[in-house]
Write a protein that binds this ligand. Structure first.
Ligand SMILES: Nc1ncnc2c1ncn2[C@@H]1O[C@H](COP(=O)(O)OP(=O)(O)OP(=O)(O)O)[C@@H](O)[C@H]1O
Length: 533
C-alpha cells in the first residue's frame, strides 16, 4: 500500500503482513470489524472539517477530533497527526497504526481504520472514549473516583498491559500513564496511544536500536539506552500509575516535597503506613488490607532493579484479589441452607476466595437446622472483615453463638420487603432473592456500581443502633437499599453473631430453606451506639 511506503519502517511493514486485516474478509484477533481505509472526505465531513467544536484534545503527536461517521453509524475519534519528515526514523502515526492493526482487546482503545490528508498526514481512526482520561478523572475538578473504581481501573489497565506483553512478539507500550488511559461509555478504562510502542523481542534489531522514550515521571530510571528496554519498563510505569491511584498525586508534582510520587509513597508503604498516603479527598477504603496489598504491589513495580519487579501476569492476579476485596463492601450475602463445604465447592459462587476466607471465620459458629434436609448447616456470614473481627476471634475461631432477637414486623418488614433507608434522593436497584437454593452473593455495591457509577464507593457509612423496633442503616449519599425476598413471613431475625464486635452488625434472617446473612461493616463507628436489643 502506498500509505506505508513513506519511510523505511513503513516499507518493512508493507512487506510484512501489516495489511492482512484490510484485505482479509474475516476479521481476526476477535476484532468485531475489519480495519477500514477511510476517504479523507468522509473523515473531513464527519468532524465538520476538523472543527474546534469537535476537538477532543491535543497531544504531542497531533490533535484528536470526535467524528460522526453517519454512513456507518459510528462515533469515532480521529487523531490528525502532525507531518513527520519522511526520513524520520520512526513516525509515531505509522507506528501506532502498524501495531494497533495487529491487535484487538477490550481493554485497549482499538483501531477502527485510518486515512490520509492532502499533506500526507496520517489520520488514525480509533474507538471513541466519551468519559475523558484517567488523568482527568483523578486530577480534574470533578468528584474523584472512589476505591472500587480505582482498583477496577488498575486491574483493567493491568489486563491491557498483560495482553500486550503476552502477545507474540511482545508489545512494549513505553508510555503508560494516566493521560493515556481513557474511560469508555461503560466506565471501563482503556489503554491508548501506541505512538511509542515497540513490537518485538528485546533482542530484535528494531527494539535494540530504538532510542529510549516515554514520559517523565513514568519513565523507568533504568531505561537509559535502547538495550535496557524490557517489558519491566512498562511495569515501572504501571507502578507509578498505581501510586497515582492510591495517593491522588501526580507522578511528579512540584507543589509537594518530595515532588516524586515514588519518594512520597514508597517509604510510607514500606513502613506500613499506607493510610497515611491515601488520597485525602476520599474516605479510606473499607478494607485496609486491600489497599495495603495494592500499595505493596505498586512499590514492587517501581523497584529500581527491573529484574525485581513482578511480571504483569502476577500484577493482574494480585489486583484481581485487591479488586475483589474492595468491591465486597458493603455486601449482602445469602446462603440458602447449605453446608459450608458445599458452598466452597460451588463453582457458581462468584467470590470463591473471599467466601472461603470468610467462612473460616464463622465456621461452626451459628449452626442451625436447615428446613430442607434437616441437616445442620452453618449460617455463613460471608464477607466478615477479618481485619475487623480478626483481632477478637481469629480467622478460624468461632465468633460466638447467635442470639435471637425480635424485630418488629410492622416496621422492619412490610409486604415481605426489608428496607434500609436513609434520605431518598436517588433511585436504587431492588435485589430479589430468588427461591433458588443455589448459593450466591448479592452485592449491593456491585449492583449500585453498575448503574450508578458516580457514587459507587461511598455507600455504606455504618450501622446505627439496631433496635427492636427498627433496622436503620445510614448509607452515604442518601442511598436507600431495598431487598425483597420471598421467604416465610415474618422472618426470624438473629444477631449479631459476634456480640462483642462493636464494628459489625450481622443480621441473619431465616428464609425458606436456609439463612440469609447480611453483614454491614461500620465505617463511621459511633461509640456506644451499637448492640442489639
Ligand atoms: N479515542 C479517544 N476518544 C476520546 N478522546 C480521545 C481519544 N483519544 C484521545 N483523546 C483525547 O485527546 C487528547 C490527546 O490525545 P493524544 O493521545 O493525542 O495525546 P496525549 O496522550 O494526551 O498526550 P501525548 O501524545 O503527549 O502522550 C487526550 O488527552 C484525550 O483527551
Amino acid at each position: 500500500m502506498a500509505y506505508f511506503s513513506c519511510n523505511a519502517e513503513s516499507a518493512i511493514a508493507t512487506c510484512d503482513t501489516y495489511n492482512w486485516e484490510l484485505l482479509s474478509k474475516k476479521p481476526r484477533n476477535n476484532r468485531p470489524s475489519k480495519i477500514t481505509e477511510f476517504e479523507f472526505s468522509d473523515l473531513h465531513s464527519a468532524t465538520d472539517g476538523f472543527s474546534a467544536a469537535n476537538l477532543l484534545g491535543k497531544g504531542s503527536h497531533g490533535s484528536v477530533y470526535k467524528a460522526h461517521l453517519h454512513h456507518i453509524k459510528l462515533v469515532a475519534a480521529v487523531k490528525k497527526t502532525k507531518l513527520f519528515h519522511p526520513t524520520a526514523a520512526a513516525n509515531p502515526a505509522d507506528n501506532e497504526v502498524e501495531i494497533l492493526s495487529r491487535i484487538y482487546h477490550p481493554r485497549l482503545v482499538n483501531l477502527l481504520g485510518f486515512g490520509v490528508d492532502s499533506n500526507q498526514c496520517k489520520l488514525i481512526v480509533v474507538e471513541y472514549m466519551p468519559n475523558g482520561s484517567l488523568y482527568d478523572s483523578l486530577h480534574g475538578s470533578g468528584k474523584p473516583p472512589g476505591w472500587v473504581k480505582r482498583t477496577r481501573f488498575a486491574l483493567q489497565v493491568a489486563r491491557a498491559v498483560q495482553f500486550l506483553h503476552s502477545s507474540n512478539p511482545p508489545i512494549i507500550h513505553r508510555d503508560i500513564k494516566s493521560s493515556n488511559v481513557l474511560i469508555d461509555s461503560k466506565f471501563n478504562s482503556r489503554l491508548s496511544d501506541f505512538g511509542l510502542a515497540l513490537r518485538g523481542h528485546v533482542e530484535d534489531v528494531k527494539v535494540k536500536c530504538t532510542p529510549p522514550a516515554g514520559t517523565l515521571g513514568y519513565l523507568d530510571p533504568g531505561y537509559l539506552a535502547p538495550g535496557d528496554l524490557s517489558t519491566k519498563s512498562d511495569v515501572f510505569s504501571f507502578g507509578i500509575l498505581m501510586l497515582e491511584l492510591i495517593t491522588g498525586r501526580n507522578a511528579i508534582d512540584v507543589n509537594y516535597s518530595p515532588p516524586s510520587v515514588v519518594e512520597f509513597a514508597v517509604p510510607a508503604i514500606k513502613s506500613g503506613d499506607i493510610t497515611g498516603i491515601c488520597d485525602p479527598r476520599i474516605a479510606p477504603p473499607e478494607d485496609a488490607e486491600a489497599l495495603r496489598r495494592m500499595g505493596v504491589l505498586a512499590a514492587r513495580c517501581v523497584r529500581s532493579r527491573a529484574a525485581k519487579r513482578p511480571g504483569m501476569a502476577e500484577v493482574v492476579e494480585c489486583l484481581k484479589g485487591v479488586y475483589r476485596r474492595t468491591r465486597m463492601r458493603p455486601q449482602i450475602c445469602i446462603s440458602l441452607g447449605r453446608r459450608v463445604g458445599r458452598v466452597v465447592e460451588d463453582s457458581r459462587v462468584v467470590k470463591y476466595e473471599h467466601l472461603e476466607e470468610s467462612m473460616e471465620i464463622v465456621r461452626g459458629s451459628t449452626k442451625m437446622g436447615s428446613r430442607r434436609n434437616g441437616k445442620v448447616s452453618s449460617a455463613t456470614s460471608v464477607g466478615l472483615r477479618s481485619d475487623v473481627i480478626g483481632d477478637q476471634v481469629g480467622r478460624s475461631k468461632s465468633i460466638g453463638t447467635a442470639r435471637e432477637i425480635k424485630l418488629s414486623p410492622s416496621e422492619l418488614i412490610n409486604d415481605h420487603t426489608i428496607r434500609w433507608r436513609a434520605g431518598l434522593s436517588m433511585k436504587m436497584p431492588t435485589v430479589r432473592l430468588s427461591k433458588s437454593r443455589s448459593v450466591g452473593i448479592l452485592q449491593s455495591q456491585r449492583l449500585v456500581n453498575d448503574k450508578y457509577t458516580g457514587v459507587a464507593e461511598e455507600h455504606v457509612v455504618g450501622t446505627r443502633k439496631l433496635e427492636e423496633s427498627k433496622l436503620l442503616v445510614d448509607l452515604a449519599e442518601n442511598v436507600k437499599l431495598q431487598f425483597k425476598y420471598k421467604g416465610p413471613f415474618p422472618p426470624r431475625a438473629l444477631g449479631p453473631l459476634d456480640p462483642s464486635s462493636r464494628r459489625n452488625v450481622i443480621l441473619a434472617l431465616t428464609v425458606k430453606g436456609g439463612v440469609m446473612c447480611i453483614t454491614i461493616p461500620d465505617r463511621h463507628h459511633q461509640k456506644g451506639s451499637h448492640g442489639i436489643g
